[in-house]
Design a protein around this ligand. Sequence first.
Ligand SMILES: [Zn+2]
Length: 265
Amino acid sequence: MLFVLATCNAESNLDIHSDSSEMSDVMQDSMASEPMDNVRGNSTNRGGHAMLTFDDGPHPQTTPLLLKQLKSAGVEKAIFFLVGDRITKYPDLVKTIDSAGYAIGYHSMNHRNQVGMTAKEINEDIQRFKLVLNNVLKKRYQLEYARPPFGGMSTQTAKIFLKLEKEGKLHTKNIISPQFVQKIVANKIRKVYMKNRLKIFLWNIDFNDWEQRIDLKHAKNKFNSSKEQYWLFHEMPMYKNKVFDNHITEDMPKLLKIICSISIC
Ligand SMILES: [Zn+2]
């Protein structure tokens, strides 16, 4: 599990994610549950609903490919949690996501961890994001969904993070045990999001695709038809080991087939 509080929008930054299997277990218990009514597809007899979410884009190497794959798999609904600086950098990709009918969600301006930010700073970040998005889309976009970078943390965890940051320990893998993560999304963050009428949207299925190939063999086991399924994926091909590129180009089309065969996409 990697934790970095600094901004991390650059492609060369390799440590932006705190996402981990341990984290997703916690997310499962604490996820916001309200958004599905507005975004899920039509009911069929295939069991539970799956909502696919893609973080950290847009990116020229992944966004067009993903849109093509989603369309060809017949996935009607998905959310792209974009980073504001990337919206400015790749405006055409944002337009393509919107015109393809997929939702755009707030994932901050520059992927800074909001745990250490004041409510005022978070609010300003949201306003900037809305502004750049509206400017690119040339309309007032109905921004509904938000995912704080790194999933957001409890105030208690925030204190631990800040202490560790001061001690220079945040770059070390596994330094923070998942037991510390008691309550997801700090009250501070949640309040600011609510004030902006944003629904916090976390995840309960995670393949750690920011550091490894998607485990297709066990994909079906992750699915529980009795629950709403929120699948987390990442867009940017930005990691050292290069396997990340393949998780979109090679794994994703196969995974989409599996997901759509066992759930409502
Ligand atoms: Zn992210």
